[in-house]
Design a protein around this ligand. Structure first.
Ligand SMILES: [Cu+2]
Length: 504
């Protein structure tokens, strides 16, 4: 059987068509729902020349400032307790970098508390990675060593990474996208006639909760909030109840789950019919071949690039990007978790115009060199739960010592196979700094389309065992101290994080 066929057979359970229709954002998080009538929608925020989400191609050293901000997110109300990244009139800019570029940046922290930026997905020297050992106080600047962009074309992520405050800061607005371009990217763009911001569109999906005055409410649930923050309102690109007008042609969507804890199980619906689309890229860039599917799971921190061919539908049709119940939580006796894992609409897409577009999706996108695990060093890492926090092999992050040794020590050049086991009732999207990896096996069944290619996050479901392969080769010339943690932000804030070291 060819690999592509194999993947088609491995789809998740078929879409259960149930109560579509009326459900919109509010999930009973208690109060604060100030929704206008359901038909009132807002145009999706798209990158402009400047301002929110503008595309910024850095020239020389740039300064990114993190500071308080306010914005009209819910029409008629001002959200006054935001934090955003700012560069010369850009707000949370989408940084566009080319492979081979030198990315040179100062971080100016005006958040009012300690912070640091992590370049999520980059293979960078650990002193340029945003390790909490380098977090700086309010009013201070961290000058990153120059980062040589060695990663593949794809969609990356930048966000804060200070001790214990990552969830709070990301939630209040500090989150941005990075696009890396290389030759494969340029070919794809030309073949499909894709244009950034027009037909190649960022979708930064985040769930929030609002107080009646329009301010954000941050109230993680569970004992000490360790189940994480689950909002009652889903924003895309900071747009409340968004819609997007499209033509009958191919679009690329760069999906970034910028939420604190919520995974999305995304489908495209026309009425109750689910439409096909193609996964073309994951965290570490383009896949070898497009994979046709009808649904994807996207955990916090993951980036999934998809192609949608709106020639499959007609002018006048409305297509809804929906999220279904994920089943990634299995906490018996924790009724509130059952309630927050539910279906809702993410984005309404209106097919407005016909088009003379005649391009076809190419079958070859890039080359993904498979990691040879023949001589790999294998280890099992258990994801557990104790009173008060989730842990990694029973270990909990030591907030008093950012450089603590947790016993994960490797040599430069090691090929490592990590088998994650999950003895908790909750999923954990595990993230490694410093290296991209490959997912090689899931105990629950076949790999998903979003498990292919180079990854920096792997979903580990309750009672599931997942194996990943990592090639720990680097050329930074000294010992590297990287983080391994759960990307449910409240989990790593409460200690589900360790250092691992890779020798010079
Ligand atoms: Cu977790």
């Amino acid at each position: 059987m060819k690999r592509r066929d194999f993947i088609k057979l491995s789809l998740l359970s078929p879409l259960a068509v149930s109560s579509f229709g009326t459900f919109l954002a509010s999930c009973g998080g208690g109060g604060g729902d100030s929704a206008p009538p359901a038909e009132s929608r807002n145009p999706l925020n798209l990158p402009q020349d400047k301002g929110l989400l503008g595309y910024l191609r850095p020239q020389g050293r740039i300064t990114i400032e993190a500071s308080p901000d306010e914005m009209e997110i819910i029409p008629g109300k001002i959200t006054r307790n935001l934090l955003t990244y700012k560069v010369d009139g850009y707000i949370n800019p989408i940084l566009v970098l080319k492979k081979g570029d030198l990315f040179s940046v100062d971080f100016l922290n005006k958040t009012g508390e300690e912070s640091i930026i992590h370049w999520h997905g980059f293979r960078a020297h650990w002193k340029a990675d945003g390790h909490p050992a380098y977090q700086v106080g309010n009013g201070e600047t961290y000058s990153y060593p120059d980062i040589s962009i060695i990663d593949r074309s794809g969609t990356y992520f930048y966000h804060p990474h200070p001790h214990g405050r990552t969830g709070y800061q990301v939630y209040h607005g500090l989150a941005g996208m990075i696009i890396i371009e290389d030759d494969d990217e340029i070919v794809l763009r030309n073949v499909l006639d894709l244009e950034l911001g027009i037909t190649d569109i960022p979708l930064i999906i985040q769930d929030k909760s609002f107080n009646p005055d329009g301010s954000l409410r941050y109230d993680p649930i569970g004992m000490n909030g360790i189940m994480g923050f689950w909002g009652d309102t889903v924003l895309v690109n900071m747009t409340y109840k968004p819609f997007l007008d499209v033509e009958r042609r191919i679009y690329r969507f760069r999906i970034l789950n910028g939420s604190n804890a919520r995974p999305y199980r995304l489908v495209l619906l026309k009425g109750n019919q689910s439409l096909r689309f193609w996964v073309i890229g994951v965290e570490g860039g383009l896949l070898e071949n497009p994979i046709e599917t009808t649904e994807i799971l996207v955990a916090p921190g993951e980036r999934i690039d998809i192609l949608v061919d709106f020639r499959d539908v007609n002018v006048g049709d409305v297509v809804k990007l929906y999220s279904l119940k994920t089943g990634l939580i299995n906490m018996s006796g924790m009724g509130m978790m059952e309630n927050v894992d539910r279906e809702f609409e993410v984005l309404e897409i209106r097919v407005k115009k016909d088009s003379s577009y005649d391009k076809q999706i190419p079958q070859e996108l890039s080359t993904v060199q498979k990691i040879d695990t023949t001589n790999a060093r294998t280890e099992t890492i258990s994801l557990g739960m104790d009173t008060g926090s989730f842990n990694i092999n029973g270990l909990v992050w030591d907030n008093t010592n950012a450089l603590a040794d947790y016993g994960f020590n490797y040599n430069n050049g090691d090929i490592v196979v990590i088998e994650f086991t999950n003895n908790t009732g909750m999923y954990h999207p595990m993230h490694l700094h410093g290296f991209q990896f490959q997912i090689i096996e899931r105990s629950s069944g076949n790999l998903r389309p979003t498990d292919m290619g180079w990854k920096d996050i792997v979903i580990v479901a309750p009672d599931e065992t997942v194996k990943i392969a990592i090639d720990m080769s680097h050329s930074f010339g000294e010992e590297q101290v990287y983080l391994m943690h759960c990307h449910i932000l409240e989990h790593h804030d409460t200690g589900m994080m360790v250092n691992y070291r890779v020798s010079a």
